[in-house]
Design a protein around this ligand. Structure first.
Ligand SMILES: N[C@@H](CCC(=O)N[C@@H](CS)C(=O)NCC(=O)O)C(=O)O
Length: 262
């Protein structure tokens, strides 16, 4: 049995889709990240980074105590290795798939996350940040489009965890009305993978993104903003207390200017 600590976002859906594809029995433990559930000490014991998703495998194939895994790409790789599925067997093809898995975790995910933050959540509008991250996201989406122009799947000839790592966020963007006409190969790939029954099961019912998570602009209460974006007490890196100053022209200390102070 696998416990999946989950919030209904594209990162969480990577894992629900993989678990469905692999037919692994699991228990979903739902978190409301806007309410700050992710800051619990229980999650901290599983994921020291206090983010979702994370899993605990109660029957690891290497035996012994239950095994916790955090970071969605590491979870995908763990599940693929546990089952011997969703990663090519040939070393060359496997290396290709892993490169794209890491590319999502190191490039596309973080840059899209920052673009989304400044467009959708930031309490102040900062043109420079929006342009910087949107432009980098667009460049990365063009990299993806070129890859899919010459390869059926992202890793190569086989459907793999590299596809599962990238598909949920592109599907969410398409659902939100992102214009796919400039990305025909990505559109072809999106449709093909979206038809897989396991993928459909992995993002329906309690695994589906609530409407709030997919708004073009999300105006959070100051309480919600603090749960998501303010440094938590006790988590400030040492340099914050070492006399070094973080220079910013924007005062975000109070979160969004809101009537509601929680
Ligand atoms: N690189 C991480 C990203 C995890 C992440 O940012 N998770 C979000 C939900 S999609 C979260 O837990 N947000 C709550 C917070 O930042 O406090 C992964 O791929 O697992």
């Amino acid at each position: 049995m696998i416990d999946l600590h989950f919030s209904p976002t594209p990162n969480g859906q990577k894992i629900t889709i993989a678990l469905e594809e692999l037919g692994l029995s699991h228990r979903l433990i739902a978190y409301d990240i806007f309410a700050g559930d992710q800051h619990s000490s229980e999650l901290g014991a599983i994921n020291p980074n206090h983010k979702l998703p994370a899993i605990v495998d109660h029957e690891p194939s290497f035996g012994g105590a239950p095994h916790a895994v955090f970071e969605s790409a590491a979870i995908l790789q763990y599940l693929a290795e546990k089952t011997g599925k969703l990663l090519p067997k040939s070393p060359r093809a496997r290396s290709d798939a892993l490169q794209w898995l890491i590319w999502q975790a190191a490039c596309l995910g973080p840059m899209s996350g920052q673009a989304s933050h400044f467009i959708r959540y930031a309490p102040v509008h900062i043109d420079y940040a929006i342009e910087r991250y949107s432009r980098e996201q667009a460049r990365l989406l063009a990299v993806l489009e070129r890859r899919l122009a010459k390869s059926e799947f992202i890793g190569g000839e086989e459907y793999s965890i590299a596809d599962i790592a990238i598909w949920p966020s592109r599907a969410a963007a398409a659902d939100m009305g992102f214009d796919m006409t400039a990305y025909p190969h990505t559109g072809r790939w999106l449709l093909a993978i979206g038809q897989r029954p396991a993928v459909q099961r992995g993002r329906t019912a309690e695994r589906a993104m609530p409407e709030k998570y997919s708004r073009a602009r999300v105006d959070l209460t100051s309480g919600e903003w603090n749960h998501m974006f303010s440094p938590r007490a006790g988590e400030n890196p040492a340099f914050l207390n070492s006399g070094n100053e973080i220079s910013t022209s924007v005062d975000t200390s109070a979160g969004p200017k809101s009537q509601e102070n929680q």
